[in-house]
Design a protein around this ligand. Structure first.
Ligand SMILES: Cc1cc2nc3c(=O)[nH]c(=O)nc-3n(C[C@H](O)[C@H](O)[C@H](O)COP(=O)(O)OP(=O)(O)OC[C@H]3O[C@@H](n4cnc5c(N)ncnc54)[C@H](O)[C@@H]3O)c2cc1C
Length: 415
């Protein structure tokens, strides 16, 4: 028998559903009214400019509408990138300098390393920004906007981005803005922090064909501390003091170490400081998320392209950019499969961070053994993750193995 109360209840529920649907739809932004792009880059530093540069070297991307959002105009020389590479790389024309020989100094070991077939290369950030931005400016579909980026979220198979008081929409977002995340137990969060001076001396003080890669002959304070010298001429060099530790030092502490080193180890007391560089690079064992969603892809440091055990990022950004472009050309999507060896190298990195964070063995000793027993090229290949297991075994066997067994085992079984 038909119950009139039941009909009343059904009617009421239906009306509630209709109202609920209307409320839901009205709270979703109408993306068709927003300025629309194929790709938006949130953050327009090294990774964004590199990926855009790699994309626009392929004809398939040249008609695309691309928006680069950054809170600042990229024109300051806010960092110097150094990396090793064989042969000529894509940014050879803007190199500041390259070296085929470099010194390693430790306690009881001073060795001039032959880097061949690699060269250690240096690029100033201001030249890199100008070079890549000039190239991007030749494409009418590329826009650069300076604004503080807020939220990015997927709506109806598009990504909506808020920047300043504007909203934009794109098929895909490449994000290089670091997320703020709480630290997780069981991980190591070191910083590679540094201060460097570009100095000029009144008389020749450097051999411009020889860099100093690492000089551990300074007070270690129970941490990993070293200097490096990158001479660009006989009278100019970037001299940098680097520390791996959890916390930054006071600004004066970096200055006093730099001053003391120049006077006591390099024998340089007269010099003029032309430029100062400071920075901190995350050396985190917790992996950065490669993507926030199918359409929001993280790149650069935010996308895990900083090698956790060394802080080197520049080359990894170039490789990642090239792979993303190939992936997009093949599948239409910028999502990359995990490379099998990634996990193995993430494990090695975590073990080294464990050893450094817990100070199981002085860092100087690890690096000294590494460069005493291996050719520089073998170390570079290992750090580039281009080695096989037997080559890795040889490298690992050259460091104080016994001190690595405990941390290695703990990280393996997840203690
Ligand atoms: C001083 C310094 C020296 C380094 N030297 C080397 C080196 O020698 N070799 C090496 O391999 N690596 C080096 N690195 C590490 C790494 O290569 C660089 O940090 C590199 O710039 C990382 O690229 P990225 O695009 O991930 O980040 P970034 O280049 O920092 O780009 C991120 C961009 O996001 C923008 N941004 C951030 N927040 C917002 C926001 N809310 N809204 C809008 N825009 C925002 C920033 O302005 C920035 O332009 C160095 C890092 C530093 C800091």
């Amino acid at each position: 028998m038909w119950n009139p109360n039941l009909s009343l209840i059904l009617n009421k529920s239906l009306r509630t559903l209709v109202v609920f649907r209307r409320v839901c739809l009205s709270s979703l932004p109408d993306v068709s009214e927003m300025k629309s792009y194929d790709y938006i880059f949130t953050g327009g530093g090294c990774a964004a400019l590199s990926l855009a540069w790699h994309m626009l070297h392929r004809p398939e991307f040249r008609e695309k509408r691309i928006l680069v959002l950054d809170k600042e105009s990229k024109s300051r020389n806010d960092r110097t990138w150094c990396f090793w590479e064989t042969g000529e790389g894509p940014f050879e024309s803007i190199l500041e300098k390259k070296w085929e020989r470099a010194w390693f100094h430790g306690h009881g070991l001073s060795k001039l390393l032959d880097l061949k077939p690699y060269a250690y290369k240096m690029i100033r950030a201001d030249r890199f920004y100008a070079h890549t931005l000039d190239f991007l400016a030749t494409f009418p579909g590329v826009e650069i906007v300076h604004a503080e980026v807020g939220e990015s979220r997927e709506v109806h198979d598009k990504v909506q981005v808020t920047a300043g008081d504007q909203q934009y929409v794109a098929d895909y977002v490449f994000n290089s803005i670091l997320p703020k995340k709480p630290k997780q137990p069981g991980h190591f969060y070191l910083l590679q922090h540094f201060k460097g001076w570009v100095i000029q001396t009144p008389r020749p003080a450097f051999s411009e064909t020889e860099a100093t890669l690492m000089d551990f002959r300074i007070e270690q304070n129970g941490e990993c501390r070293f200097m490096y010298i990158l001479p660009t001429s006989a009278t100019t060099a970037l001299v940098e003091f680097t520390v791996f530790s959890e916390n930054l030092l006071d600004s004066e502490a970096y200055d006093s170490v730099l001053k003391e080193y120049l006077e006591e180890k390099a024998g340089i007391s007269a010099y003029q400081i032309l430029h100062t560089e400071t920075g901190a690079i995350p050396m985190f064992s917790e992996p950065f998320d490669k993507a926030k969603s199918k359409r929001i892809i993280n790149i650069g440091t935010a996308g895990g392209q900083t090698k956790a055990s060394t802080g080197y990022t520049f080359t990894r950004i170039q490789r990642h950019s090239a792979r993303l472009v190939e992936g997009m050309l093949k599948t239409g999507h910028p999502v990359l499969p995990t490379v099998r060896s990634e996990k193995r190298f993430a494990y090695y990195d975590k073990v080294l961070l464990h050893v450094l964070a817990n100070k199981n063995v002085p860092a100087a000793k690890i690096f000294q053994n590494l460069f005493r027993h291996n050719k520089a090229a073998a170390v570079f290949r290992f750090l580039d993750e281009d080695t096989d297991f037997f080559q890795e075994y040889k490298i690992m066997n050259s460091v104080p193995v016994l001190k690595f067994i405990g941390p290695g085992w703990k990280e393996l079984v997840g203690w």
